[in-house]
Design a protein around this ligand. Structure first.
Ligand SMILES: [Zn+2]
Ligand SMILES: [Zn+2]
Length: 253
C-alpha cells in the first residue's frame, strides 16, 4: 500500500532533475539534481595555485591572489561553473529553489578537503535589499548544510554587508575589487557592529578560531578577499574560503 501511495505521489507530483528533467524515483526523490548530472560536474583539480586554487599561471607568480590579505591562506571550489553546475547555481539564486543548496553542499563536502577541526563556517552575507527580494541567502543555506556534513559549527551572523553592492556579473576584475571595497563589517551580540579601525583583538573569542568563508561562486575572489579583510581587521588570524562553483576567468587562465 505504501509503495502504491509513493508511486501515486510520484505520478501526481513527479520529482524531476532540474538539469536534465529525468524523473527521480525513490530513494532519490528528495534530490533536485540527479546523480548522473552531479557526476557530470567537473571537479576543480590540481595543478592549482596553492593559495587561491586557480589553475597556475604559465609564467611568474599567481596574479589572482597577490592582493589578498595575508590572513586568507586558501580558497577552494568544488566544481567548474559550466553546464549543469551553472544551471544549478541559477536555480539556487534566482528561482527560489533553496533546497538545491543541499545537493550542492553534498558535492562540496565530497570534493573539497574538510577544514581543520574547530574551524567555524561564515557565510558571505547579502545586502538587505537583495536578501529580502530573494527571501534567503544562498550562502547561509550552503554554510548550514556544510557545517552539518563536515561536523563543524557556523556563525551565520558574524559578517554583515554594510551596503548593497551592484551585481558583479558584468564587471572586470579591477572593477569588482572597487565594487566590494569596504562592503563588509564584523558584528557580534557581544560588541555590535565592529569598527574596522578600532578592533579589540581579545574581545571576541570566535576570531581566535580558523574561519571558513562560504559562498556559492568564486569568480575573481574579490568578494571573498574583502570579507577576509573585514575579519582580519577585527582580529582573525586564519581564514579559508570555500565555494561550490568556480568561474573560469579568461584573462587569468
Ligand atoms: Zn539530471
Ligand atoms: Zn593564486
Amino acid at each position: 500500500m505504501t509503495t502504491l501511495l509513493v508511486a501515486l505521489e510520484q505520478l501526481l507530483l513527479p520529482a524531476e532533475c532540474l538539469v536534465c528533467h529525468r524523473l527521480l524515483g525513490p530513494p532519490f526523490a528528495d534530490d533536485l539534481v540527479c546523480r548522473v548530472c552531479r557526476l557530470r560536474w567537473r571537479p576543480v583539480r590540481r595543478p592549482w595555485c596553492e593559495r587561491c586554487g586557480q589553475p597556475e599561471p604559465h609564467f611568474g607568480p599567481c596574479r589572482l591572489c597577490r592582493g589578498w590579505p595575508a590572513e586568507l591562506t586558501a580558497a577552494r571550489s568544488a566544481v567548474w561553473l559550466d553546464g549543469g553546475a551553472r544551471r544549478t547555481v541559477h536555480a539556487l539564486k534566482y528561482e527560489g529553489l533553496a533546497r538545491v543548496g543541499l545537493d550542492m553542499a553534498a558535492v562540496v563536502a565530497k570534493l573539497v578537503e574538510r577544514p581543520p577541526p574547530g574551524a567555524v563556517l561564515v557565510p558571505i552575507p547579502l545586502g538587505t535589499k537583495r536578501q529580502s527580494r530573494r527571501g534567503y541567502n544562498q550562502s547561509v543555506i550552503l554554510a548550514t548544510a556544510l557545517a552539518r556534513l563536515w561536523g563543524l559549527t557556523n556563525r551565520l551572523e558574524l559578517l554583515v554587508r554594510t551596503r548593497d553592492t551592484p551585481t558583479q556579473t558584468a564587471l572586470t576584475p579591477a572593477a569588482r575589487l572597487a565594487n566590494v571595497a569596504g562592503a563588509f563589517r564584523v558584528q557580534s551580540a557581544e560588541w555590535g557592529v565592529q569598527n574596522r579601525s578600532a578592533a579589540p583583538h581579545s574581545a571576541l573569542p570566535i576570531l581566535h578560531s580558523p574561519l571558513v568563508l562560504v559562498d556559492d561562486v568564486f569568480t575573481t575572489g574579490a568578494t571573498l578577499a574583502e570579507a577576509a579583510r573585514a575579519l582580519a581587521a577585527a582580529g582573525c588570524q586564519s581564514i579559508l574560503a570555500v565555494t561550490f562553483g568556480r568561474a573560469s576567468i579568461p584573462d587569468f587562465n
